[in-house]
Every structure is written in structure tokens, then in C-alpha cells.
Design a protein. Structure first.
Length: 309
């Protein structure tokens, strides 16, 4: 019998870890998007009228979710798990933290009442496998709540890079990560055997003075390209400046600033437990809750050097 095929490597996880370690000391200058989404996740959790004695924050970065959940969401004890050792050290100032990889969770089955993840699972190579591990780590009737970057995120930058590299070199490689589509969200939860799966999304638009400010922010977040098949050669100065020029010409607003779009996909599911409503048929649980809530575009306030709309 032949061995089972290994999971396809889309992302270079060692590079993801190294970049988070490298940017840990400066992360607070670039964490505005993570703080915003952590607050939105905490607001959603506050709508669930129950307590969670033991919770896990998966992909904790520097402890932003712990800060957002302080005194909210019915969480009594929060354990943080982070891929980067340097970020985990920073997170320990708020609550217990361990260094752990989302692809190989070190936790026993039926350990947590709640698992939450803020903008981390988009770097996982085997997302269905990671979701299955998360479901097993939950106690019966435990809640999973996550946010991850979705399809359409950084579409403007992707378009500018593709056009510029094609024009200057005659070809283009993957410069922006692939992202999960909303329509696949609830199906992934069902595949991992979550009960009552729901996927919905909203959009955060951020404006910058130019495309290079956006690129600096992405590096500061530790979110620059880590696709395994990325071109190993750096972009030439000519290609980089052409991409910046195309970005401005195609996506500048009336005030001259350029827009960067981040789609945030939210996944909600419950570990099967007694007394839960019967699950709907496969595929019927995909809902755009944001449509009902008029929340497809949600304001996020302003921040010096960049603006969120």
C-alpha cells in the first residue's frame, strides 16, 4: 500500500515564523488592523450569553485578543498560543502563553470551552486539518470563533504587481498570498464536523499616502509574501516603482490617497454536544450575516499615517 500523500505546502511556515520574530519589537506600530478585528471578534463573543471557563487564543501575536477580551465575553481563563517565540513572550504579560503551531496543536482533546483566532489561520497549509484539530480540542458544545483574511484582500496590490511585473519582465510570479473565499467558509467547518457552522464577512478599507506606505505596513505586520512558490528574486527597482505608479493611477481617491481592501471572513462553529439544534443540510449554512446586519462595509475609525473607512 502506498503512503498517503503529504499535505501540499502552499506557505513557507518557517518564513512566517521568522518574519513574526523579526518584527515582534516593532509590531505595535503596525498592529492597527489586528486590534480592530480583535475588537470585532470580542463584540461577537459578547453576544453569546454564556461563560467560557477556559479559552484558547490561537495565533495570539502580542496579546491583542487578550486585551480585547479583558472583562468581556464570559472568558474566565485565557491561554494564548503563538507561532513566534518573541511575540509569545510579549503576550505572556497579559495571560499564560505558549509557543505552538496551528498546524500541529499540542493540546489534548476536549480541553477548551472556547477557541478564538484573530487573523492567523490564513497562513495554514491544511486549513481543513487545522479546523479538525481545533474541533477535537474543544469540549462538547464548545465554541470556535475565528477571523481570517478572505478573497479580495489586497486585490489592488495584487493587480498592480501583476501588471507591473508583466510589463517589465514579460512574466509574473505570486506576490500576494491566496485567501479563503467566503462561500467556502461554512463548508470547511462542516467538513471538520462542527455543528451549526456559519460564515460571514465584512470589509475594512484602509487608505495610504501611496502604495509604498502599504508595503511598509505589511512588512511591519509580518504579513509580507510567504508563498512557497514565490519568486526568489527580489523585484527590480523599475518593477517596484512601476507597480507603485500603477497603484496610484488605478486606485487613487479624490484626495490623492490610495485604497487597500481587506476582506475579513468570520467562521463560527460549535463542537457537537447534547441539546444542540439539528444541523442544516450541507451547504445550506453559508450565510452572509453582514447582509442582514447591513455590515458589509464597517467603519473602523482613523489612525495617524493611514485611514480606515
Amino acid at each position: 500500500m502506498s503512503a498517503a500523500p503529504e499535505t501540499m505546502r502552499v506557505f513557507d511556515r518557517r518564513l512566517v515564523r521568522a518574519r513574526r520574530d523579526r518584527r515582534a519589537g516593532d509590531f505595535a506600530r503596525h498592529d492597527f488592523l489586528f486590534r480592530e478585528v480583535a475588537e470585532r471578534l470580542a463584540d461577537r463573543l459578547s453576544d453569546v450569553k454564556r461563560e467560557f471557563p477556559l479559552a484558547l487564543d490561537l495565533g495570539a501575536r502580542s496579546g491583542l485578543m487578550a486585551g480585547a477580551l479583558k472583562g468581556r465575553g464570559g472568558v474566565k481563563t485565557l491561554v494564548q498560543a503563538e507561532l513566534s517565540e518573541r511575540l509569545a513572550r510579549a503576550a505572556r504579560k497579559l495571560s499564560p502563553a505558549v509557543v505552538a503551531d496551528e498546524e500541529t496543536l499540542p493540546f489534548a482533546d476536549n480541553s477548551f470551552d472556547l477557541i478564538v483566532s484573530c487573523l492567523s489561520l490564513h497562513w495554514v497549509n491544511d486549513l481543513p486539518g487545522a479546523l479538525a484539530q481545533i474541533r477535537r480540542a474543544l469540549k462538547p458544545d464548545g465554541l470556535f470563533l475565528a477571523a481570517l483574511f478572505g478573497y479580495g484582500t489586497l486585490a489592488e496590490l495584487r493587480e498592480a504587481f501583476l501588471a507591473a511585473e508583466t510589463a517589465t519582465t514579460g512574466g509574473a510570479g505570486p506576490r500576494i498570498s491566496p485567501f479563503t473565499e467566503l462561500r467556502d467558509g461554512a463548508a470547511l467547518l462542516q467538513r471538520a464536523e462542527f455543528a451549526l457552522p456559519v460564515a460571514d464577512a465584512d470589509v475594512i478599507n484602509v487608505t495610504y499616502g501611496n502604495a509604498f506606505e502599504l508595503m511598509r505596513d505589511l512588512r511591519g505586520m509580518g504579513e509580507s509574501n510567504a508563498v512557497e512558490a514565490r519568486p526568489r528574486r527580489p523585484l527590480s527597482r523599475a518593477t517596484l516603482y512601476h507597480a507603485g505608479d500603477l497603484y496610484t493611477r488605478r486606485f487613487a481617491q479624490n484626495d490623492g490617497r490610495v485604497r487597500a481592501r481587506f476582506q475579513i471572513v468570520y467562521l463560527t462553529g460549535w463542537s457537537p454536544g447534547p441539546g444542540q439544534p439539528e444541523a442544516k443540510k450541507p451547504g445550506s449554512a453559508v450565510r452572509r450575516l453582514s447582509d442582514a446586519l447591513d455590515a458589509t462595509e464597517r467603519p473602523a475609525g482613523d489612525k495617524t499615517g493611514r485611514k480606515k473607512q
